[in-house]
Each structure stands twice: as C-alpha cells, then as structure tokens.
Design a protein around this ligand. Structure first.
Ligand code: NDP
Length: 284
C-alpha cells in the first residue's frame, strides 16, 4: 500500500510560510503584489483566477485582477502588461492561459518583465532553468519537487520518468529532476514501449491529460508516482492521469487527484511572488 502524499497539507504549509514572510515584509512597509490578467470568460480560467486571488489574500498578499474582454486587441493587452511592468507595487504578473484566439500566449509571455514573470514561462526564465541558475521555477513542476522533498523522496541517482513534454509541465519537470541528479527519461505521444519505460521508474511523473493512462502494471513496486493530470472521468468526476485504484497497491508513494499536485501549483505561485518582491527590493 502506497504512502499518500497529501498535497493539501503540504500546500497549506508552504502558504503559511509565505504568510509569515509577508507579515515580516509588511512590517518593513512592503506589501507583495500580484497582478492576474484574465482575458475572456472561460469558466475554468475564471475558477483558477478566483483560487489564485483567494490564496493571495489568505497569505496577506495584495492581488489585483485585470479582466479584459475576449475580443481585446493584442495592442491593448500588451499595453496592460507594460503598465503592470512599470508599477512598483506589483511584483508578480501572470496572464491566465490559454488566451482566446487569435491572441498569442507566446507574445504576451514575452512582454512580461522577466523579473515579474512568476509563472516562469518567459524565455529568459526558461533559459535560467536550463543552465541551473534560476530565480523562478514554473509552479507545477516546482510543486512536484516540493512534494517529493517534503515527503522524504530522494531524487539523486534515481531513475525518473516524466510522461508528457509540454513547455509548462513535462519539459521543466524533467529539468528540475535532472538538476537534482535524477536520471531522467521523457516520454510523449510517440514514445514506443511506454509501459516498459514507466516500469523502470523510481519516480514516475504523469503529465499527459489522459484519464487513468498509467495503470498498476506500468509501475515498479515501491515507486513514487506523482499525478499532475486533471481530467474528467466517464462520470464527470475529477481524476488524474494515474489509475489510482490499480497503482496505489503497487506504488511506494502516490499523490491523489484532487488534493495532490493541484494545491501545490498555487502555493508555489505565492512563493514565486515572494521571491519577486525580495528581488525587486534587493533583499536577496
Ligand atoms: P499538454 O496537452 O500540453 O501536453 C500533454 C503531453 O502528453 C504532450 O507532451 C503529449 O505528447 C503527451 N501525451 C499525450 N498522449 C500521450 C500518450 N498516450 N502517451 C504518452 N504521452 C502522451 O498538457 P499539459 O502538460 O499542459 O498538462 C498535462 C496535464 O496536467 C493535463 O491534465 C492538465 O490539466 C494537467 N495540469 C495540471 C496542473 C495542476 O496544477 N495540477 C497544472 C498544469 C497542467 P506530444 O508532445 O507528443 O503531443
């Protein structure tokens, strides 16, 4: 039976640490500020933005939401980003993705000042992760690393398999595991023998977006299995990429969905905002 990695509890601990640091900064007259840009009215994006706002407020940060209509021009959107880049009371900026068409995610990410890019999606920050001198880490993979560390799962020398190679999860996930001296294999939709490769993993991270893709027969006994996926099953219930029922008896550690990686993403966003404010005030 696997040890359950409780993302809710670990995220609460991270948020509490941020709240403590925020209180200390406020005593010095500094209030960390995060601006979240929401374009259009996609219901999922709205929920994510509300959750981010709530978490900010819970930790004592100032949060500002900028809502723009789905048909906003690129020029107008970039102007908004530029204004936020210049504001000293805003330390972190994120634009909720994906943007409605024809707006380009890449163009907007490129416009955010790298020192305020708390999602760590800007090419400058991605480059820093590649060469190992990062300031910000992308929130979801950073959340996974935090879950592993706080659960006592060592990465060094371990076989790590990441399923998924997106720019926001799979690729940076692989870099972070590599950065901690894991031996990393990255799988994707063209990978042959997925099952055999997954079975080599001491640490298996699933970031695919396919409900219950990873089954018990794909997991090495005792492995740490981290489920990034957020999908709906046939009954509309939230589920991950890992078939919890068949994997849990085989794995050594497992994250549930919900209550695993999900809460960590927002907690790491707060942590990045804290890093941003300290950097901008030359406190680190
Ligand atoms: P993307 O769709 O951008 O990437 C999915 C990746 O999975 C691609 O690299 C794709 O390969 C690969 N893939 C697809 N099918 C298979 C398959 N059958 N076997 C092996 N690999 C496959 O998704 P994201 O990375 O953005 O997100 C992944 C999941 O994580 C989603 O469920 C998303 O909702 C969730 N998520 C959760 C977050 C959280 O906070 N918990 C945050 C962000 C995402 P290829 O490149 O070849 O197409």
């Amino acid at each position: 039976m696997a040890k359950l990695i409780d993302g809710k509890a670990i995220a609460a601990a991270v948020r509490a640490e941020v709240a403590e640091e925020t209180a200390a900064l406020k005593k010095q007259g500094i209030t960390p500020g995060l601006a979240v840009i929401l374009v259009g009215d996609d219901p999922a994006s709205r929920i994510y933005v509300n959750n981010k706002k709530k978490a900010c407020e819970g930790a004592g940060l100032y949060s500002e939401e900028i809502t723009l209509p789905a048909n906003v021009s690129e020029e107008e959107l970039l102007k908004t980003v530029e204004e936020l880049n210049r504001r000293p009371d805003i330390h972190g900026i994120l634009c909720q993705l994906p943007l409605p068409k024809p707006l380009s995610d890449r163009t907007v990410i490129a416009a955010i000042a790298p020192e305020k890019d708390v999602d760590a999606f800007h090419a400058t920050n991605v480059g820093h992760i590649m060469i190992g001198d990062h300031t910000f880490l992308p929130c979801t993979p950073a959340g996974v690393m935090e879950l592993l560390a706080r659960s006592g799962v060592e990465v060094e020398g371990k076989q790590c398999v990441v399923v998924g190679r997106s720019n926001i999860v799979g690729k940076p996930m692989a870099m972070l595991l590599l950065g901690q001296n894991g031996t990393v294999t990255v799988c994707h939709s063209r990978t042959k023998n997925l099952k055999e490769i997954c079975r080599t993993a001491d640490i298996l991270v699933a970031a695919v977006g396919k409900a219950k893709l990873i089954t018990g027969d794909m997991v090495k006994p005792g492995a740490a299995v981290i489920d990034v996926g957020m999908n709906r099953d046939e009954n509309g219930k939230l589920c991950g990429d890992v078939d919890f029922e068949s994997v849990e008896p085989v794995a050594g550690y497992i994250t549930p969905v919900p209550g695993g990686v999900g809460p960590m993403t927002i907690a790491m966003l707060l942590k990045n905002t804290m890093t941003a404010v300290k950097m901008q005030h030359k406190l680190i």
